[in-house]
Design a binder for this molecule. Structure first.
Ligand code: HGY
Ligand code: MN
Ligand code: MN
Ligand code: MN
Length: 404
């Protein structure tokens, strides 16, 4: 086990010196460097790398499939897929994503050290744009691979500088792999926990039961830009007021339902201290235990924002940007892994590529304890001992799924 050694190789990549967090947006320089690192790690292990035309990378231990999922006429023995993503949210933590990729390579090493002889290929994956931090749609790579998003829609998604996903990728994305379920027997994603359930349980590793349904909605509030010094308060059409009320309403409506609502991103036009804004655009991230609760929550926030917009003389447009349904991981597989590892089973409110692939493949997730419970922040953490326990757990899972 060389966890620290391997971890230190990627630790400086994309790290912001001021915040200590990571700026590893999909297909930008730091993430491209991590993709090169991924290829080098695969190479070191004699694992050929295939790409799926969507920006996702796959390193094969065992006979690789023909590498062109979309023109596939022949599928070999279904492989066991593991891995995660290399991109981050703005000023994100070190572990969210890369821990699953590093652990996957180390789990391959562990298995090989024991002389394991898999009857199925073991494949380490790095999925592109899991966070949606650059192009707005989370799990973009896995959604393309499963056919959950139309390749033309994905191609046209643009980043803040106007660069399209197709341009960043260098091609129109290939889209769904019709042979996906033949190609892969199962997917197991290891991820840092983004909460404190494992701290409470006193366990270094857990198994995921479900992912709350969640989504992103863009709220565009238009008013009238005007002079801060001369415009009478009664004459203003100030979208910032509607915005402020919307944020408070989201918080209240989520609390009422035991759900989660966040407004973590906002853009103000013209963004001047001495001007009443003309437009405020904000993004609502909403998550709840059931689809019904999520729908009610978003409808309630929308209704309250619309009512407030009428009072403020502003105009409101709400656009859904992404939706992730309730994911219940394969019960048989989850129970099997929880028994194998004697690990607790827990749900999460975070989205993952595993949640997308679960619609097509038997899928499970392992979580590694996070002492602070903090994630999507530079304060995200995990101890080396727990990360090593995660690798051992993942190796046992791969042995169970690929060597029998
Ligand atoms: O849950 C999320 O925000 C993302 O999918 N990682
Ligand atoms: Mn094939
Ligand atoms: Mn994340
Ligand atoms: Mn993640």
């Amino acid at each position: 086990m060389r966890f620290r050694e391997l971890w230190d190789e990627i630790a400086p990549v994309g790290r912001d010196a001021d915040s200590g967090g990571y700026l590893r947006y999909a297909l930008t320089a730091p993430e491209l460097r991590l993709r090169e690192w991924f290829r080098a790690q695969a190479d070191l292990r004699g694992m050929p790398v295939s790409e799926d035309g969507n920006g996702n990378l796959f390193a094969w231990w065992g006979e690789p499939d023909n590498g062109d999922p979309n023109t596939d006429g022949r599928v070999g023995t279904a492989a066991v897929l593991t891995g995660s993503h290399l991109d981050s949210v703005p000023h994100g933590g070190a572990y969210d994503g890369p821990l699953g990729v590093v652990s996957a390579f180390l789990a391959v090493d562990e298995l090989r050290a024991t002389g394991a002889d898999p009857v199925r290929p073991v494949v380490v994956a790095a999925f592109v744009e899991e966070e949606g931090a650059r192009f707005g749609v989370p799990c973009l790579g896995s959604r393309l691979l499963t056919g959950e998003i139309d390749p033309d829609r994905a191609a046209g998604l643009r980043d803040a500088a106007g660069v399209s996903f197709a341009d960043a990728l260098g091609a129109r994305p290939a889209g769904a792999d019709p042979a996906l379920a033949d190609r892969f027997a199962a997917f197991v994603e290891l991820h840092v926990e983004q909460g404190r359930a494992l701290v409470d349980a006193g366990a270094p590793v857990g198994v995921a039961s479900a992912i709350w349904p969640h989504g992103r909605w863009r709220f565009e509030l238009r008013g009238e830009g005007n002079h801060a010094g001369t415009t009478r308060m009664a004459d203003r059409r100030d979208p910032m007021l509607t915005f402020a009320f919307t944020v408070l309403a989201a918080n209240k409506e989520a609390r009422l339902r035991g759900a989660h609502a966040t407004v973590g991103r906002v853009a103000v036009e013209p963004n001047a201290t001495n001007a009443v804004p003309s437009t405020v655009t904000c993004w609502l991230d909403a998550r709840a235990a059931t689809p019904e609760t999520l729908r009610e929550l978003v409808e309630a926030v929308h209704a309250k924002a619309a009512e407030r917009a009428r009072r403020d003389g502003t105009e409101l447009t709400v656009t859904p940007e992404s939706a992730t349904p309730l994911v219940t991981f394969d019960g048989g597989l989850t129970d099997r892994l929880a028994d194998l590892l004697a690990a607790p089973v827990l749900p999460t409110g975070a989205g993952h590529d595993a949640g997308v692939l679960a619609a097509r493949l038997p899928t499970a997730m392992l979580f590694v304890r996070n002492p602070t419970g903090v994630s999507h922040s530079p304060a995200e953490s995990a101890t080396d001992d727990d990360c090593a326990a995660g690798v051992v757990a993942l190796a046992r899972v791969l042995e169970e799924l690929a060597c029998r």
